[in-house]
Write a protein that binds this ligand. Structure first.
Ligand code: TYD
Length: 128
């Protein structure tokens, strides 16, 4: 989704408020940085958590998989956010050098909200 961008001669500003530009209240923020060449992040789904992912700097691909179809989304602009709802497997890859990702989350960290095994994920989504 396109996020607001306030352009000024002194630079751009993007702002995000929970339940305004994005469909959830923000409970947690985290970011990936100092990423070694060729690394992959993600590799899981969440039972409940909703996320918004932004490439604050650099670029990377997010592979999304709902258990039936896979698609890859390229993120490279700080005013572009990728919303990911619950029960969507995601993999982040092809990070450009010095990329910085920002992830907004609707929940506090809770390991029991993760599905980290792809076969378990498939069973969970297809069994619903
Ligand atoms: P993980 O969610 O697997 O990272 P990725 O964004 O690549 O999917 O988390 C990596 C480690 O960091 C794992 O040990 C859990 C820990 N962690 C927290 O303690 N709190 C958090 O909010 C997050 C996102 C991860």
């Amino acid at each position: 989704m396109r996020l607001p961008k306030v352009p000024e001669a002194r630079g751009n500003l993007t702002h995000i408020e929970g339940n305004v530009q994005i469909p959830f209240k923000i409970k947690r923020v985290y970011y990936h940085y100092d990423l070694p060449a060729g690394c992959k992040r993600g590799g899981h789904a969440h039972c409940e958590t909703q996320n918004l992912i932004i490439a604050l700097s650099g670029s990377f691909d997010v592979v999304l998989d709902d258990g039936y179809r896979r698609q890859s989304v390229h993120l490279q602009q700080p005013h572009q956010g990728l919303y990911i709802g619950p029960m969507v497997w995601r993999e982040l890859e092809n990070f450009a050098t010095a990329s910085l990702s920002l992830v907004l989350a609707s929940t506090s960290y809770d390991e029991s909200d993760y599905l980290r095994d792809y076969d378990e994920f498939l069973k969970a989504v297809r069994g619903r």
